[in-house]
Structure formats: C-alpha cells, structure tokens
Design a protein around this ligand. Structure first.
Ligand code: SF4
Length: 495
C-alpha cells in the first residue's frame, strides 16, 4: 500500500489540490472544466435551492452557528480542509481529496451557471449578489474552518493591508477601546477589553472597507482604516460583492453574444433556471366556492399588493392591463371560477363602461387567463419574484409589489390603511428600505396573524396566494394550523 506522503506526490492529486486549495472561493477566474449538459443544469438548480435556503435563513433571522452551517451545506456542501490525515492512511486521504475536489468543482461550476442565469436584469443580479454574499459569510463563519486555512486564504488575496505593530496599538489604545465597545456589546469588563486589544489588528486604505466605515466598526486615521482580525471577513465579503456586481454587469452586456453559438443547447436551460425562481408555481386553490360578492369581505386577508389593487379598482372602477393580469390571476388562484370572475370584473367596471363595452374589450382576456381562448394555456398566478422583478409599474399603474415599488411614505400609508398599528410600521418599512421586500411582507403577515407573538413563520412569503392561504381563517392550510386571530391581535386593527 502506498503511504500518504507518496500519494500526495501524485501529479493528479497535486492538480486537484492546487485547483481548489480552499473551501472559500471568490470565483475570480472563469471555469475551464468541461461538464455535461445534465450536470450544468443539475448544478445550477441545486445552487438555486441552496441560495433560497440562505435567503430563508436570513428571513427567519437564524443566528445559531451550527444551524447556519447545516443550511450552508445542504445542496452545495463544501468541506473545509481537514488536517486529520495520518501518513499511514493513504486510501482515506485519496478518497477525501477526490471528494473535496468534486464538491468544490460543483460549487465553482454552479456559481457560474447562476451568474449566467441571473445576470440579465438588475433585480435578478441584486438577488443573486445578496444570497451569494450570505452563503460566503456562512462559510467563512464555519467553526470547522481552521485558522490555518483561513489565514492562508486571506494571504492568497494579496490584500493591501499591514498588521498594526504592538507599538502603534499601544499609542492608539483609547481609540481602539471605543471601537471595541461600539462593535461588541458583550465586551463588558476590563479583562474582556484587554483580551480584545491583545488580538491582531490590521490597517488598510479606508476606501477598501467602505461598509465597515459606514457601520462605524473601524478606527480611521490618515486615510487608513484599522480593523480587527475577525472583521476581515466583512472585508472579504465586500470585495466579493463588488467583483461579482461588476462581473454580472459585464456579463449582461455580452450575454447575447456569448450565448450565440450555444443558444440552442444552453439558452433553454438558463431560462428554466432563472424562471424556477420567478415562476414559483402555485396550483392550490383555497376555496372553490368563492364568489364575486366575497371579495370585499376577504380582501383584508390579501397581501398588500392585492389589497392595493382591490382598493384602486373600487376607487377608479378600472385597472390597467398589468393590474388586471396580476389581480385577475390571483383571484383565479384563490378559487374564483371563470363565471364569477366575469361577473366580478363587469360589476367593478360598470361605473365607467357599458356591458357591451366590457364584453368587447375585457371579457376575452379574462377567458384567456382561464385557458378558454387563444393557445388555451391555463395561466398560473404570479409569484412574488415575478411581481418584484419583472414589468415594474409606470405612472397610473397599480400592479407590482408595494414593498418594492412604492415610496416609503406611500408604503407607510398603505400599511396603516391595511390595519397595521403605527408602532409596527417602521420595522416593516426598514426591511423594505434595505431591499428585503419579501421579509417585509412576511413581517406584515406575522403581525397581522399574531404569529410573531408565538412561533415565527418558517418560510418567507414567496407567493401572494400562499400569503392569502396562511392569512385566511377558512383556508385548508389554517384548518391544519393554528388559526390566525386578528380580533385578539393588538398590532392589527381590523378595519
Ligand atoms: S412580497 Fe409578494 S405577496 Fe407581498 S406584497 Fe410583494 S408581491 Fe405581494
């Protein structure tokens, strides 16, 4: 049997080790490896699941390290380098190297598949950057990541930073103390402060750590930012985000040219992957007995986007095409039949148009949505991702997602109008302001149903129809779960 030392000399093993030396990767170089079309698609879809789980973890404010580690390796596991190999166990070593290589190859390729699938619109790019940064952060905080691997990875980045000498640290002791206290409220006594001061500090040009400067986590002097060793992770994430943003923008400019030769093979796969997120399908019906008369009574259980459309429909006796599509398919999704839909829209428009005009100009589209005209496609209600990321509303339109498309001022008014108590509105708006639109919507749902007083929801809102299903007491979902009780909920005014 070969000894592990000899195995390590093997050129094939050397190559595997040198291609992906670390479990953390900033994906700076484009992949050169050849993979099958099947792997291309499978890897892309697995990474999409992984990123959705990352998003969910942040939505649910999961902070427990072991939970985050489990989440970060569910679909795209990447084990940190292990130092547990004994020279006497060459076969195990060989297996680990092969396993490590295949994990990291999948991680690498899958990242680039999604770069291609998510480069085309700003919203897709921003979603992808946010979730990839979250995944990177989780991996950097993995307790199994050894200091040796982490330091070696940081050194490989050739960052423009220097370790602060003991002498300089002594001179800046008071300033560093104040930063420690701002950063970490757990540091309460002098011993803890001393322990923090004894750690390594680094200095680097402040423009390289803009995020940290904004969060007041660094000490600034003469254009240099002084940071603690553990804040280097924030720096790495910042560098990663900037590189990824630039790369996605460049990719979007050359996307068509890039795919020209492979359009037929790769184009449909990429479309499928990006649509998996956009077209989160909803096929359930909440109550197939819902009639046009029920809608005003039920609208208090609608998500804000649909409540707004219902309100505007009542005010204007009209909705433009985007609103009619978004709202009409939502109503179909909650169980309204074609016949009831036709009556609903005819009555809603009746203040402005005659029955003849309605039949001539609008009835066809409603029947079309139910698969009774044209290609006879049975259209699905729009997902949140579709509403948020495609077809933004122009002036006079009322479709879209208020958390994404309304100003904060308008959003506050809408939330108040929907019955959310004023003291809960700033929290919801702050999520929307930071670009967490579905989290903002989830918080609204939790507040309205009283779920935030007990168990928080396990998933964020991803579909308006799912929101309704969870909010409406008469739904199948709520027959099997704790009923929301808006009447006993102090944070919601039933208006
Ligand atoms: S997050 Fe989804 S359900 Fe909520 S308002 Fe926006 S589009 Fe509607």
């Amino acid at each position: 049997m070969k000894r592990a030392g000899i195995v390590r000399q093997d050129p094939a093993i050397q190559k595997m080790l040198s291609i992906f030396p670390y479990s953390i990767n900033l994906y700076m170089d484009y992949p050169q490896q050849e993979i099958s079309l099947l792997d291309f698609e499978t890897y892309g879809l697995d990474r999409l699941q992984q990123l959705r789980d990352v998003e969910n973890a942040y939505v649910r404010s999961i902070t427990n390290t072991s939970d985050l580690v489990q989440i970060s390796k569910k679909y795209i596991p990447v084990n940190p380098n292990s130092n547990n190999f004994k020279d006497t166990n060459p076969m195990k070593y060989l297996e680990e190297i092969k396993e490590r290589y295949s994990q990291r190859l999948k991680d690498y390729i899958s990242h680039f598949v999604l770069r291609l699938a998510y480069c085309q619109t700003e919203d897709l790019r921003e979603w992808f950057i946010k979730q990839e940064s979250g995944l990177l952060q989780m991996r950097c905080k993995n307790p199994l990541l050894s200091t040796e691997e982490k330091n070696s990875f940081i050194n490989s980045l050739n960052l423009n930073m220097q370790e602060v000498s003991t002498k300089e640290k002594k001179e800046l002791e008071n300033e560093l103390r104040s930063i420690i206290k701002i950063q970490d409220s757990n540091v309460r006594n002098e011993d803890m402060v001393q322990a923090e001061l004894s750690k390594k500090y680094y200095k680097l040009p402040f423009e390289d750590v803009v995020d940290l400067v904004q969060s007041r986590s660094v000490y600034l002097r003469r254009g240099m930012a002084y940071i603690r060793e553990e804040d280097i992770i924030s720096l790495i994430v910042h560098i990663f985000k900037e590189n990824l943003r630039n790369s996605l923008e460049r990719l979007s400019n050359i996307y068509t040219k890039l795919l020209r030769e492979d359009e037929e093979r790769i184009g449909p796969i990429l479309t499928n992957i990006s649509r998996q997120y956009i077209d989160d399908d909803y096929s359930g019906k909440v109550d197939s007995n819902i009639t046009h008369n029920d809608i005003p009574r039920l609208s208090k259980y609608f998500p804000l986007c649909m409540r707004h459309l219902q309100d505007q429909l009542q005010i204007d006796s009209h909705l433009r095409h985007g609103g009619r599509m978004q709202y009409g398919l939502f109503l179909k999704g909650i169980g309204m039949s074609l016949q009831e839909s036709l009556i609903f829209w005819k009555i809603a428009f009746s203040k402005k148009i005659t029955e003849d005009q309605f039949n001539k100009n609008y009835a066809y589209n409603i029947r079309h949505n139910y698969g009774q005209e044209g290609k006879r496609t049975n259209y699905s209600p729009y997902s949140c991702a579709k509403i948020i990321m495609t077809n933004p509303p122009s002036t006079g339109d009322h479709h879209g997602c208020p958390f994404r498309h309304a100003s904060l001022d308008t959003l506050s008014k809408m939330l108040k109008h929907a019955g959310v108590r004023e003291n809960r509105i700033p929290e919801i708006c702050s999520y929307a302001k930071e670009g967490h639109y579905q989290i903002a919507c989830t918080r609204m749902l939790e507040i309205i149903t009283g779920a935030d007083n007990g168990e928080r929801l396990t998933e964020n809102v991803s579909h308006p129809n799912k929101y309704f299903e969870q909010c409406y007491p008469g739904s199948e979902y709520n027959k099997n779960h704790k009923l929301p009780d808006t009447n006993n909920n102090d944070d919601f005014m039933d208006i």
